[in-house]
Design a protein around this ligand. Sequence first.
Ligand SMILES: [Zn+2]
Length: 272
Amino acid sequence: MIHQQKMLAHGEIRTWELDLEAMSGCAPWSQSRPDLLSREVEQLAEAFPTLLAAVGIPVSTSWVDAAEPLTCPECNDLIVFDRGTRCATCQRPVAPEEETVVGFVGRLPALISARPFAAALKRRTEEMRTRHDPRLELFERSVFEAGGRQYLAPRFGLWFGQSWPHDDPPVMVWPEYFEVLDIPPDHIYVADPYYRLCLYARWREQPARNVLQRRVAPRLLIDLMVADLVALGKLDLALEQLDASLYEVYNMVGDAEAGAPLRRVYNGIVGS
Ligand SMILES: [Zn+2]
């Protein structure tokens, strides 16, 4: 039995039992492999307990799989697997669309205290407040503090595509992701208004939990290193020292040996 939990807008915490049967009903690939879905869900819920299993709908792009959450027509919240498919906030049952995918949606936190990026973000949000920028709320919701430390927690969605596990799962970020980081979108596919992160040159079948742990979390850390360099106005200097383009820098993600020069240059400029 897997429990899911969400803090609603007014601070109330709602808990429900994940309805695996309803989830399977929205994931045609799982009909022939029911054990695979329950295993994926158990592993993800254990490693990332704040992520919510949700109904997704494909975002049409001509050449890459992408998806976005199905949302409640009344309160715009996620449609989750709770006694069928229903809104996480108002609990209204919402019938899934004809073509659906399933996946997990939530925020992945990364520590940013003492990073040059954090100081720059503070300056930028103060400027936004002064000029009453309507995007300030999105920025503020991407950051939280716990135990005196500051974290960046961007929204992610990981979706099991129709051909799971034969193709890598689309991992999507929301449009504010690169805006908050203040870095150019790189190693992405555009699925307007979302971005799908480009995480694999060659996909080998593996649990979705590994995708988040071994690719998505490290990717966020690389994005933060680039954001630190941008915050210091030193990205061009770093790329010059690396003799690489930003695109090539991202090819170092997830590769310990190839990533070593980036870490050396980064530490030389930012300080280790
Ligand atoms: Zn609702």
